[in-house]
Design a protein around this ligand. Sequence first.
Ligand code: FAD
Length: 516
Amino acid sequence: SAAEAGLYTATDQIVLLTPENVDSVLVNSSAAVFVEFYASWCGHCIAFSPIFKSLARDIKEWKPAVDLAAMDCAAEENRKVCISYGIRGYPSIKFFHAYSKADSEGEDFAGFPRDVQGLRRSIIDKLETHKEPWAPACPPLEPTSQAEIDSFFDTNNVQHLALIFEEAKSYIGREVTLDLLQFENIAVRRVLNTEEGLVARLGVTEFPSCYLYYPGGNFTRLSVKIEARSFYSYALQRLPGVVRSGKPPPVSTPVLTGNSEEPWRPFNRSRVYMADLESALHYSLRVEVAAHTVVKGEALISLKKYVAVLAKYFPGRPVVRNLLKSVDSWLQNQTRDEISYEAFKDILDNSAQSPDAALPEGVRWVGCQGSQPHLRRYPCGVWTLFHVLTVQAKNTRGTDPKEVLMAMRNYVHSFFGCRSCAEHFENMAMESLMEVDTFSSAVLWLWSRHNLVNNRLAGALSEDPNFPKIQWPSPEMCPACHAVKANGDHSWIQKEVLPFVLSYFSSSSILTDYLE
Ligand code: FAD
């Protein structure tokens, strides 16, 4: 279909416009919308598409106020629509304010910047200055005054008021305001350095800086490693009482439904547990693979590669490693192009009864426990397992840097029960897995792809409110991993991330609590 041939996919946080949905997206929408009209064959459009995708990831929290959309005018079925919006050159960006009428052609965004920061700032300028009705979800962006702050808590029922002190030309205050748009119990206002009364009252000397202000005039400075948007937004979204709108508040004692649930196992949130890894093995080999009564063709190749990688790199207890090795050698000896799951299961359950080889039955989630039975668990275990395997392959110097990632790709493709997850993962693999050429780049590839998934899923229904999706590792876990670029945008320090990931998932740091 046209959507597939275009430059964007459903997972880019960009609305894909079609003749069928264009009216419902652009006409009378409660959010403002920036639309890129492009042609999939146009070189400038191809060059611009990664920038537009990064922008979409960067401002995804702003969606209720401003959304991004795209239409491929090269697709036959879209031509009429593109003509009706007066599109002649590609790429064109048009701005549709909230509640645009059916006959609106949108406003041309001529000469738009070709970088994420420039685009983000232009979007803020447009939101602030356009004359038409504002998106109702868009919070006030103009600087606040002493008078507004003095009566703030008379009219606003929020727990925290964050004041960002900055110079007039700074965009940080407005960016953070929009980053917090989907969170409750907090309001953000920017205060200019020229607002002398407030600057003097709080004793502010650094611009930008962020203060939390409370009823009665109490205040404290927000402590962050770097005075920058990403650090402010991360810290404010995690203040006590601050929750994503429409989500149940995090609970301190997990909600357990029914008596069949096991008791909660206390654990350290910044450690890896062998119990999760063994549970993931049990679930994948005894439940997921068992969905195939006969394993053949591509699936059989996937299973062989997966088990081979487990036999080589799974840093488990000797009994488990012995079992994996015997399953591996049995599988490698199967020369027919199909096996029955029953035969496989016999080996897996050690029907020969060797005393020193076993994979424990059942699951016992620890670091992957969820606050509800349908949250976290197996998919958390799968990510953890493969991070551990990429790290172990690096530490034990395998021969092929892509081996573990290819085994994961094939396993997910052939067996992973969440089929749309498998599709997304396959797309990411097709896009960039080939670039992996060292064991370190394999570790970092999985880390960065996992963060892309986290970004996409932040705020989704599958997110456990007690375990919000973050760009991992957080600034608390690894302060040295985070920095800002010259322009103030967040950046990862990869030479710090790599040793952090290597140590976090290394076999010597895996905890063995709760094993039988
Ligand atoms: P998870 O994302 O499962 O992470 C597990 C643990 O890994 C975290 O607790 C943290 O300690 C650590 N971690 C987090 N980020 C990183 C990182 N960047 N690098 C290293 N370690 C990290 N769900 C969907 O709804 N849609 C999808 O398209 C989708 N695709 C998926 C594709 C794959 C291949 C997998 C394995 C899962 C997918 N899922 C998808 C499930 C989703 O990613 C989560 O696994 C699930 O929501 C449980 O989340 P969690 O909070 O336990 O953390």
